[in-house]
Design a protein around this ligand. Sequence first.
Ligand code: CA
Length: 223
Amino acid sequence: MRLLVVEDDPDLNRQLTTALTDAGYVVDRAFDGEEGHFLGESEPYDAVILDIGLPKMDGITVLEAWRRTGRTMPVLILTARDRWSDKVQGFDAGADDYVAKPFHLEEVLARIRALVRRSAGHAKSEFTCGSVRLDTRTGRVSVDGTPVKLTSHEYRLLSYLMHHNGRVVSRTELVEHLYDQDFDRDSNTIEVFVGRIRKKLGIDVIQTVRGLGYLLTPPADAR
Ligand code: CA
C-alpha cells in the first residue's frame, strides 16, 4: 500500500512518515500544497493524509482540485483543534475522514487502515484466503494458525493482493502501489517476491494469470 503525506511541519511530517513506514506502508511526502497536489494528481495512492493549513496552496483547494479531476483515493485531513469549520469544509471538498491536531499516531494509523480497506471494499481488518490469515492491525501473517515471517516488502505485496482478492492485479499496478516515487521500478522483481511468498506460505494461493498478473484464490481443496 502506497500513501502520500502532505504536511508542511517537518517534525510532524517525519513522525507520520516514520510511523506509517514502520506499519508497512510505502510513503511519499510533500511539504507544501503545490507539491502535494502534483503528486496526488500523477501517482496512484491507496490513501492520502492531507494537512489543511499548507503553504502555496491550502489543503481544501488541493482536495477540491483532485476531486474535480476525478481522483478518488481516500483522503484523511488534518485539522486544527476546535476548527469545526475546517472539518465541514473538508468533508464538503471530498475528504473521507479527519483527525484534529494534536493527535495520537495510533489513531491516524487505525483510521488509515480503515480507509484503505473500506475503499477496497472490505469491512474487517483481518483478511483470509484459504488457511492464510493476514491481520492488518498487527502486520502478522499465519497459515493454519502458524505464524509466517515475511519481510516488509513481502508483507506489502501479500497485503495488497489480500485487499484486492477476487480480481487479477497486474504487475504494473503492484509496482505502482509497492514502491515510492524514488524507487528504481522493475516489474520483474515482483515475480521474485511472489516466488518467495509462495515458498514461505507453503500453499499456493497466488495464481499467475499469464499476460495479466496475479489472482489471489484459495487452493482448490479449500474452496
Ligand atoms: Ca500546516
